[in-house]
Structures are given as C-alpha cells and as structure tokens.
Ligand binder design. Structure first.
Ligand code: AMP
Length: 548
C-alpha cells in the first residue's frame, strides 16, 4: 500500500522561495575592506538570483542541466548564483580557487562548464586559463578587478551587475525531479585525478534540514553565522542553503580571510556562530593573543575538515568561545558527525566527548570495517575504516559528459557504502574518534601509530605553534614517525624537551626519533596539513632532519 501523502519534490527552488519570503528581512553582510560592508536582505538576494536566472537563460542561453561554474569568494553574489543556477535546472559547479592551474583546467573541462561567474579579483587566476577551456563560452565578472585581463579572450564577457539589471524579478521555475543534479564539487584530488561529487536537490534539502537541527548547528534567525569555510569547499558546509531555510543571517568575509580582518569582523559585526577549518582558528588565536579583540558574541563555532587539536579547543574555552568538532567529506555533503556531548554531564565529563569527531545524525549510518573486510564492534577500541551510507552521501563519482558513473572499489563497497578512507573507533554510544587517514597512519613493525595523536600531543606544548607527523621509511620497522614542528615566535624548545613532553602522554615505542623544525606546515587548497608534500620534502632531502 502506498501512503496518502503528497509527493512534493525537495528542491533548492523551494529553499530559495522560502528564504526570500518567510525570512526576507534576514541579511547577508559581505566584507568589502571599506568603512561599510555590503548589506543585502534575503528578499533582495532572492530577487537578484531570479534576475540572474533570467539572464543566464535569455542572454547566455543556459539550458537543461548545463554546468555554470563559479570562481568566487564567499559573498552575496555567490549566494545568488547558488540559488539561481540549480533552481533553473542547471548545475552549479563551484571551483576551488586555490587549486593549481592544471587541476582547474582539468576540472572545468571534465565538467564541461559553459559559463564561469568570476570575482574580478580572481581574473589574474582565470584569464590565463581561458585558452585551455574550450567549453567556456561566457565569463560573467562580479566585483572589483582589472577587466582588461580578459582582452582577446574568445569567450563572451559580461558584467554581472549590467547582466542582471532590469531583468524580470519572476521566473517560471521548472518543477524538477528532486533526484536531479543541483550542484557539483570536485575532491581536492591528493592522488590521481580529482573526482566529481554531484549533489541532488533532494540531498541538499535533507542535508540543510540536518544542519539546522539542534543536534547539529541548530541556529535560528536570531543568529549570525560567519561563514569562513569557502563556498567552494563542500558548499560552505551547507550553510548558504541551511540559512535560507531558517533565516540565519550570514557574514561573508569575501577575500579578507587573514586573521586580522577576521578578528575585526567578529568584533564589529558580532556573529554568534562561525565555521572554519582548524588552521583558521589557529591563526585567529595567534592574532587575538597579540592584539586582543572582543570575541564574546560567538556562542558556538563549528570546526572540522581536519582534526581539531584539543589544545586549541581549550585555548578558545578560555576566551569564552566553544568550538564544536565536526567530521565530514566532500562526498558526505559534508555533515557526517558533530560532537555535542550527551545530556546531563558536568563540564569535566563532557570533555572526552567534545574531543571526539562526534556522533552520527539519524540520516547517516556508519560501520567500521577491519583489514580483512570484517565488521568491527562499536566498543571504543576496535579500529577500522569508517564506511557510511545515507541520503546525502555520494554513491558514485561523476563520469564526465556521456561517461559512466565511477565507483572505484577503494571508494565504494560492493553493497554501495562509501569507504571514507578514515580510520577510527566508535564508542558504544555512537561517538566516532578518528585516529588517522588510512594513508597517513604510520605502520611501525606491524603496529599502527596515529599521526594525529602525536600531532595533538605536540601542539599541546606551549612553545609549539603547529606540528605535522608523517610516516617515513625505516629499515628496521618499515615505517617510523617524522615530526615536523613550527615553534612559536621567540620559542626555543629543543627536540629532547619535546620528546620528553610527548613521553608523558604517548607510549614510548611510538615516540618519533626523527625531527625537523620547519617555518610552516604545508597546507592543501582547503587549509589542511598537506602530508604528501612533507613526505616528498623528506624523500628529496629538503628537510633538516635530526635523529635522536
Ligand atoms: P574534504 O573532502 O576535502 O573535506 O576532506 C575530507 C577528509 O577530511 C575526511 O575524510 C577526513 O580525513 C578529514 N576530516 C574532516 N573532518 C575531520 C575531523 N573533524 N577530524 C579529522 N579529520 C577530518
């Protein structure tokens, strides 16, 4: 028997219509670097998104599920593109502006993007690539920047504001299949070609509802969220969509992502929430330690994308800012877990829960798989690869125009679960603790050493600013840890001191004997430690390594 319920497709269009009407007075504030930021209500953003959809169809001829890319910072225009493109039935393709040029070219060609909306300040990045992007027929430029860089390009160049000016503020939005593609995002591709994850209208809708649950970020129209995580990094963790559901105001940093302007934004605009990877919070901490600022408005901060060192959480606790740890991936939209402790605990009892990656929401099923493919128990001890399944979890990668979907065996199980490549344990009450990426774990004499545990312990030392640990080949043990350390300014800790500090927390056989001081830990395009680069630097003899 079928239900008697209506079957209304869950689409991005409905999120847009809801946000611009019910929450029409909520605001997007975009930092401009000038005396006043740009302020736009959801009603205005919705109207402008509608005008953009008209322009894309009538002026650029965007049709069907053609891809329209964005190469943009976090700002109101980018949110307009977020809603206009999927709502008209086309596919939003956010481009990671920190990728190397050749990867960007590969990705745009693979997705066969027909148009690119670009911030003027990013034209120096896009312009030299255009001759290698045969599918790109249109470039739409928004915001300040040198347009002359586009002289001589074969693509038609449009000015964003001119393009939308005077266009109709209504659109006969198509009734879309909720399973159809709404947006796509390529993984940063540390090995092999980047892989395209294609989000559906339905997955975005359901994921946005989850983001808004108290169990997750749980914000309302009384909140303002500082969205530091880029809109090209898994849809800014779903925030632009989630905010249009509940009217959460957004504070967008545009290109002003350095610690000093972020601190100023927080003090002046008083957001109650923020979302970013740990390296951003490390940078901001150093900034506000040197130049104190009022961060008291921030009641909750979502931190994820890489393991949050407990020492960082403690430091922010002292500033009255509570970091809440979350885990996810491009393939998981990204919300996979969030570390809210169970009810009824004291602050001291909450701590061991807060430093986990968190627990799974109802929409995400999880299992741990051992090296031989066996299912492992949730006993807080058995470590295995995490596999997940759910309505906002990828089941395949995009195969390119006319290509078959890709389901590589190292990424998807035979029964369709996503193999995350993350290794960890799950407690009996469903809290996930990741010990490593499968490819970063250090395999020493048949035992595993967690690089993350060593890093967290090192970063708890007051003279250590950052530390990254990687596996390096070792004749006797197969692999051993190499610790690369960034000291705080003026600090003078030596390796023996750091090793002794580690010995208080970590089993002796796991302590690194190889050490190198580095000026900075190399970072990936989304601000995570780039261990691939460290391994290469070691192999090429570029590091000044001391053996204890
Ligand atoms: P990306 O798709 O670029 O966001 O990368 C996803 C990967 O980032 C995951 O598979 C994890 O390895 C890592 N990651 C994300 N969040 C966390 C977290 N809270 N703790 C540890 N690793 C994380």
């Amino acid at each position: 028997m079928l239900s008697t319920m209506q079957d209304v497709p869950l689409t991005v269009t409905r999120i847009l219509q809801h946000g611009m009407s019910i929450h029409g007075t909520s605001q997007i504030t975009t930092w401009t670097g000038e005396a006043e930021p740009q302020r736009r209500t959801f009603a205005e953003v919705g109207r402008r998104a509608t005008q953009l959809a008209n322009a894309l169809r009538d002026e650029l001829g965007i049709d069907g599920d053609q891809r329209v890319a964005t190469l943009m910072w976090n700002n109101a225009e980018h949110v307009e593109a977020y809603f206009a493109i999927p709502s008209m039935g086309a596919v939003l393709h956010t481009l990671n502006l920190r990728l190397p040029a050749e990867q960007l070219v590969w990705i745009v060609n693979h997705a066969a993007d027909r148009a690119v909306i670009v911030n003027g300040s990013l034209l120096p990045l896009l312009a030299p690539l255009l001759p290698h992007l045969p599918t790109v027929e249109h470039v739409v430029v928004a915001g300040p920047g040198d347009r002359s860089l586009l002289t001589g390009t074969d693509a038609r160049v449009h000015e964003y504001e001119d393009l939308i000016a005077g266009r109709p503020t209504t659109y006969d939005w198509p009734e879309l299949d909720e399973r159809s593609a709404a947006a796509m995002c390529y993984t940063s591709g540390t090995t092999g070609d980047p892989k395209g994850v294609v989000y559906s209208h339905r997955s975005i809708y359901l994921h946005s509802m989850q983001v808004n649950m108290a169990e997750s970020m749980g914000l309302t129209d009384r909140d303002t969220s500082l969205v530091v995580v880029p809109q090209f990094h898994v849809n800014a963790w779903g925030l632009p969509h989630a905010t249009f559901m509940t009217g959460i105001n957004m504070l967008m940093p545009d290109r002003f992502l350095q610690p000093a302007p972020l601190a100023e934004m927080i003090e002046r605009e008083r957001p109650s929430h923020a979302a970013a990877v740990p390296t951003i919070w490390q940078g901001l901490l150093a900034e506000v330690t040197a130049n104190p600022r009022d961060l008291s408005s921030m009641k909750q901060v979502t931190i994820g994308g890489a393991a949050c060192p407990p020492s960082l959480m403690e430091a922010y606790d002292k500033l009255g800012v509570r970091l809440c740890h979350a885990w996810g991936m491009t393939e998981t939209s990204p919300l996979g877990t969030m570390a809210h402790p169970p009810a009824g605990l004291s602050a001291e009892e909450e701590w061991p829960y807060r430093v986990t990656q968190g627990r799974f929401p109802a929409g995400v099923e999880a299992r741990l798989v051992g090296p031989g493919g066996e299912r492992l128990p949730w006993d807080g001890e058995s470590a295995g690869e995490l596999e997940v399944r759910g309505a906002w979890i990828a089941g395949a990668y995009y195969g390119g125009a006319g290509g078959e979907e890709l389901r590589p065996a190292d990424k998807f199980s035979e029964d369709g679960w996503l193999k995350t490549g993350d290794v960890g344990v799950i407690s009996p009450d469903g809290y996930l603790t990741l010990t490593d990426r499968a490819k970063d774990v250090i395999k020493s004499g048949g035992e595993w050493i967690s690089s993350v545990e060593l890093e967290n312990a090192l970063m708890a030392h007051p003279e250590v600013a950052e530390a990254a640990v990687v596996a390096v080949p070792d004749d006797k043990w197969g692999e051993r840890p190499l610790a690369t350390v960034v000291l705080r300014e003026g600090a003078a800790a030596d390796y023996a001191v750091l090793r002794a500090f580690l010995a208080e927390r970590i089993a002796k056989w796991q302590l690194p004997e190889r050490w190198a001081l580095v000026p900075a830990v190399p970072k990936t395009s989304v601000g995570k430690f780039d261990k691939k680069v460290i391994r290469r630097q070691y192999a090429d003899g570029e590091l000044d390594v001391t053996e204890l």
